[in-house]
Design a protein around this ligand. Sequence first.
Ligand code: NIG
Ligand code: FE
Length: 408
Amino acid sequence: MPVLRNISFLATCREEGRQGDLHAVRNAALVWDDSQIIWVGGEADLPDHYKGSEELDARGRLVIPGLVDCHTHLAFAGWRAEEFVQRALGKSYLEIAESGGGIMHTVRLTREADSRTLLKHCQEVLDQTVELGVTAVECKSGYGLDLETELKILSVYRDLKDCHPVRLASTYLGAHVIPVEFEDNRSDYLDLVCREVIPAVTRANLASFCDVFVEEAAFSLEEARQVFAAGREHGLRPKVHADQLSSGGGAELAGEVGAVSADHLEHVSDAGIEQMAAAGTVAVALPLASLYLNQTPLQVRKLIDGGVRVAVATDFNPGSSPSFHLPLGMTLLCVGSQMTPAEALKAATIYAARAMGMEGMIGSIEEGKAADFAIIDAPDPDHWLYYFRPNACLGTFVGGRQIWGQGA
Ligand code: NIG
Ligand code: FE
């Protein structure tokens, strides 16, 4: 039975209490059996029967629950560095999309890519993600927008679950944009999403959630309602890309349909915050996307004060967020969104786990939960996020097994 001792600060990140309540244990020890945590507490209180088991030494470091990246567009083909340059020269994200770039550019390349290439790309990204202490990732489709390619992407995620130790949750994002071939016939595309793709996705058990990009340049509130109704009928829980580029009632809709999460939210309204709080919808801040699109970052205080849990994720994708660095996103929240490091840590663990429906199993260090955790080269969370380094993670454990780093 492995015991991790000499932990200077163990952030349990239990869910109760406020966003900044980490329920930390100082000078702690942690015990797990095969895959589950069985004891957490002060090292001085470690019961005798655990002493002398397989002992690991954290050397006075910080231990956190495995980080959870609860919003990514992991599987795509090709990159879009040329758009990064165009934006630097003054073009906007929407102007680039209107001139044939943006999401549709990635859709064209992803339709052409074979499953093996997509799987290899996902594996390479996940291999680097775990080095940062990430142990669970939500991944969306949405670069296929036809039956065949959406199923191809979601099947890649299914295969990934079998060959990679990271825990995954899959989301069908057929309502990402209207594909060009349906430009003059939006309702036919919605019929395809609702009557063909959603039933096929759920028949093959390929997703847990469905997501809609609610935005003037993407889908209206009424169209989103249709997709969520079809999703719900087939057992897919709603998630929303809401109020990213303009204030369009996306947060209100998230509350109305009882969405698990509403993500982006840079332009969220007060009414939207109220409806999210009433429905228990998690707000997902995506600070790397705000950074790359040079937007004012989400101001999280009004959400937290309004009773909404705030999570953080990378939004990893080839357009608005070509980075999977979740700890960088956490530091950005502290710099630009008035969040404390303690709040950012709960955002990247237990609240992120809730945003992907896995809060009962992961996201906190508690007896009975999976032994998913990371050892961070810092004395506490404040110092970790303040002294930003390319990688401060020394070891990553999933289900009690070390999947990255030197032996502790
Ligand atoms: O979350 N907002 C919509 N979708 C992605 C962007 C995808 C892309 O640009 O390829 C996002 O930012
Ligand atoms: Fe996104």
